[in-house]
Design a protein around this ligand. Sequence first.
Ligand code: SAM
Length: 243
Amino acid sequence: MAETHFGYQTVDEAEKARKVRGVFDSVAPNYDLMNDLMSMGMHRLWKAAAVALANVQPGDKLLDIAGGTGDLALAFARKAGASGTVVLTDINEAMLRAGRDRLLDKGLALPCMVCDGERLPFPTGYFDTVSVAFGLRNMTHKEAALAEMCRVLRPGGRLLVLEFSKVAAPLQKPYDWYSFNVIPFIGKLVARDSDSYRYLAESIRVHPDQATLKAMMKDAGFGHVDVHNMTAGVVALHVGIKC
Ligand SMILES: C[S@@+](CC[C@H](N)C(=O)[O-])C[C@H]1O[C@@H](n2cnc3c(N)ncnc32)[C@H](O)[C@@H]1O
């Protein structure tokens, strides 16, 4: 079997999927609180910027992949309105349940589906917009996942990939210190799990940087790709147009 990264470890591909599942089973109950604490609330701004750039219109059909607790799906549903369709998907049942319950608490009953971003059970050319926020990094076959995302978009549709990326050089050292000391410490304190949060920091370091991901998206079939750095490259939003 082929090998891949799980953070800094090299593991069999099947083992990576198991380990990623273990991470998100463990973090699901505290996911939203941990997101706010670790990013000091900034994940809300990163997601708000992604939603603004998505330019969602009433009646649009949107797919959120690796959607977890549903932040993007919620914002998209508000913009797409009653005539629109927003599908929330994730490979992890615990994360998706948390997302579905949260949306229901806000009065939104969206279709929610457990599915792998690498094999999407949707017809070709169906969606106006596809998003994946902080999820691509965890996938084993990123090229296959990007090709699937391209397949399910209509011509002219856009893919939004919001993901941790390569931070600007002057911030590298403090960012590394924060990632490998503060984040696992908060994880231990709040979720009694420092390992999952150490994986988070490691997985960011082995994820393709801005230029590499842009090239991967072009290879997957996106004719045009824009890259928007946020917080000095801590996060980047890649917007791909299926031309
Ligand atoms: C860091 S969370 C992001 C959740 C949400 N998108 C957000 O921004 O808050 C990453 C999500 O990716 C999901 N995931 C990992 N591998 C996946 C795959 N192959 N297909 C779909 N989802 C996956 C995990 O289950 C987890 O819910």
